[in-house]
Design a binder for this molecule. Structure first.
Ligand SMILES: Nc1ncnc2c1ncn2[C@@H]1O[C@H](COP(=O)(O)OP(=O)(O)OP(=O)(O)O)[C@@H](O)[C@H]1O
Length: 281
């Protein structure tokens, strides 16, 4: 049984379709990446999967149940979310923001217990931001906020984490901290992760690490391709998806290990836009 399944999903804003007939399933313990140009609909599709938006057609199943019929607190025990942008409305302490990840386990009129506190502290330590725990959340940098969001998702202790560009604001080291953590969560704790990313090399990083990794290339209303990074991230597909000439290279880092990476060479001049200003072939 698939953990998450999309069947014939369609969504659009203001009567203009953004994607149609999206079909895929994600198995337990899998790392599923969504890759595609700006504005192709990755965040919108994630919002449908999380039950934040209702598809205009089709359905999303979580453990074989239609997500629109699962109560939000039940979803929160199964799926944690690391959003791309998080509105900072109130100057909460960072520790309190991470403790919000425990909300689905705490009664409406109860306070977080010792165990919740220990889990939140552990999540802060895992992403290396214990030193920020008493800071006001509204005063953090973009990268620090992103790390807090990852810590909050870890504190939620769910079998599935959905991440929307989780490394977008992070520096060279912290990007790797998150990537290593993702690999550890999948490999050692059997978590299932669905991640929207702008970096094809993230998909190769997961595949190079030995994880069961699949990537969906999203473009022009649907998936251009769906498969393992080695199958799907070809120079041809990347040219079609991004209008970029690339080279896929492979090099040894160890006697037994080869690493694959994509190098961007140049943009092509075959880019066109449709009436809504979206890239089309
Ligand atoms: N609430 C909304 N109302 C109207 N249009 C919207 C709304 N939210 C998003 N859009 C539009 O839908 C399209 C897809 O947006 P979405 O954020 O899903 O794309 P994305 O692939 O995640 O983009 P990016 O890679 O830039 O984050 C964009 O053209 C965006 O402007």
């Amino acid at each position: 049984m698939a953990l998450i399944e999309a069947r014939g999903v369609e969504f659009g804003y203001n009567g203009i379709p953004l994607f149609q007939n999206i079909n895929f399933s994600i198995e337990s313990g899998e790392l599923f990446c969504l890759l595609g140009p700006n504005g192709c609909g990755k965040t919108t599709l994630l919002d449908c999967i999380l039950g934040h938006l209702k598809p205009l057609k089709g359905e999303i199943l979580l453990n074989d149940s239609n997500i629109s019929r699962i109560r939000p607190e039940q979803i929160a025990r199964q799926v944690a979310y690391v959003p791309q942008n998080h509105e900072k409305t109130f100057p909460y302490r960072v520790l309190d923001v991470v403790l919000m990840g425990r909300a689905a386990y705490i009664g409406m009129f109860d306070r977080p217990g010792e165990e919740d506190l220990a889990i939140a502290e552990e999540a802060l330590a895992t992403v290396g931001i214990t030193h920020l725990k008493d800071r006001r959340y509204t005063q953090l940098s973009g990268g620090e906020v992103q790390l807090v969001m990852v810590a909050r998702a870890l504190a939620q202790r769910t079998p599935v984490i959905v991440m929307d560009e989780p490394t977008a604001h992070l520096d060279f080291k912290h990007e790797l901290v998150i990537m290593e953590k993702v690999v550890e969560l999948v490999r050692e704790q059997g978590l299932t992760i669905l991640m929207a990313t702008h970096f094809p090399n993230h998909c190769f990083y997961f595949e190079n690490s030995g994880l069961i990794t699949r990537v969906a290339l999203m473009s022009n209303m649907n998936f251009l391709a769906l498969g393992s990074p080695s199958e799907v991230l070809s120079e041809e597909n990347l040219k079609q998806l991004y209008y970029v000439n690339t080279r896929v290279v492979s090099f040894p880092v160890d006697v037994n290990q080869e690493i694959k990476q994509i190098i961007a060479i140049s943009t092509t001049d075959s880019r066109h836009e449709d009436k809504q200003g979206r890239s089309v072939l």
